[in-house]
Design a protein around this ligand. Structure first.
Ligand code: ASP
Length: 342
């Protein structure tokens, strides 16, 4: 990226951090994807629908924590609501592959002991985050993919759903537009990345995630996605990759990411943020800002993260115009935001 473009891009680099004056008893932060989200391009009805769903999800997670429930349960409760909503790119409402199917990825991590579970490329599981948790708690593995993940799900009594269950008209239209654009470019695999890079950001937006701190002082993180519109079948993004899209360790922080997955994998984004917190004593806001704006942006990686540490410090950081997001700290009202500042 040339210097002028980089400086311009930095004008839209956004980050908001909440440094707790005293440790919070519990807290939860969620996201619903980052990208070109502009108020001028959104109808009041649509904006209201997003805000209502984000509020519902943050409240569900908060209620678990308030009752003394585990951060893992709060993360799953919040993500299930977003997975079941057609507004977000996870579960119902997931984007389509180039071939017109849905392949879902999810992961979860427990900050107590770095246990983790992930599923990639599943087509017939309604709530992939629940299956990721089963992999963590009920198998000796960290990641299961495709048919193997679904066979594991069936063996644990998870009902199989038709892939069409995830269909939405809006995502279908996005696929058609993305395919037109990709087909115009040379879609040989070696040029595919450049073609995908040239797609408008909304074509690859709406992943959901949550990070939570419970009353026992334990952190957890989870992420669930349909990936990127018109992705090649079998493509796996950062969301199910522990250390890239999801990370949690009580000793540093919990992170859930959203953005152009190939960059988040190559730059090990979630783990890099927590490593800076652990070894350089950076605040979560500073660590997130460095990785999102100083590491990723100059190489062309767009997206954002939500970050939480064991004292309840929060960062919601993105280098795009907006990120669907909400946070709620013990005893305080929820903060819900979509655009740069509100
Ligand atoms: N990170 C996701 C992926 O690359 C997409 C997103 O967050 O919007 O699969």
């Amino acid at each position: 990226m040339n210097k002028i473009l980089f400086i311009f891009s930095c004008l839209i680099c956004l980050s908001s951090g909440v440094q707790a004056s005293e440790p919070a008893e519990f807290a939860i932060v969620i996201h619903g994807g980052a990208g070109t989200i502009e108020k001028s391009k959104m109808t009041p009805e649509k904006e209201r629908a997003y805000r209502t769903k984000l509020q519902e999800a943050i409240d569900a997670g908060y209620a678990v924590l308030e009752k003394g429930g585990a951060s893992l349960d709060a993360v799953v409760a919040a993500i299930n609501i977003l997975e079941d909503s057609p507004l977000f790119n996870a579960g119902k409402g997931a984007v389509y592959t180039y071939e017109g199917a849905h392949e879902l990825d999810a992961s979860i991590m427990d900050g107590r002991d770095r246990q983790a579970g992930a599923v990639a490329g599943v087509k017939r599981v309604a709530n992939p985050i629940n299956l990721a948790r089963m992999v963590m708690e009920d198998s000796p593995f960290v990641m299961l993919a495709g048919e193997g993940a679904e066979a594991f799900a069936r063996s644990r009594g998870v009902p199989m759903v038709d892939n069409k269950r995830f269909d939405t008209e809006q995502r279908r239209q996005q696929l058609e537009r993305a395919k037109e654009k990709l087909d115009k470019e040379n879609k040989q695999d070696k040029d595919y990345r450049a073609a995908v890079d040239s797609l408008p950001v909304p074509f690859r937006m709406g992943t959901v995630g949550a990070v939570a701190l419970d009353k026992q002082g334990n952190l957890a993180a989870g992420t669930s996605t349909g990936g990127m519109t018109a992705k090649r079948f079998g493509r796996i993004g950062d969301s199910p990759v522990i250390g890239a899209g999801t990370f949690a360790d009580n000793a540093s922080c919990a992170v859930s990411a959203t953005g152009h997955g190939e960059y988040f994998i190559r730059y090990n984004v979630a783990a890099d943020i927590c490593t800076r917190v652990a070894y350089q004593s950076k605040s979560v806001a500073q660590a997130a800002d460095e990785v999102i704006n100083e590491v990723l942006l100059p190489v062309g990686g767009t997206g954002g993260v939500i970050v939480l540490d064991a004292k309840g410090n929060i960062a919601l950081t993105f280098n795009t115009k907006g990120m669907y997001r909400a946070s709620r700290v013990a005893g305080q009202p929820a903060q819900v935001a979509i655009f740069g500042k509100d």
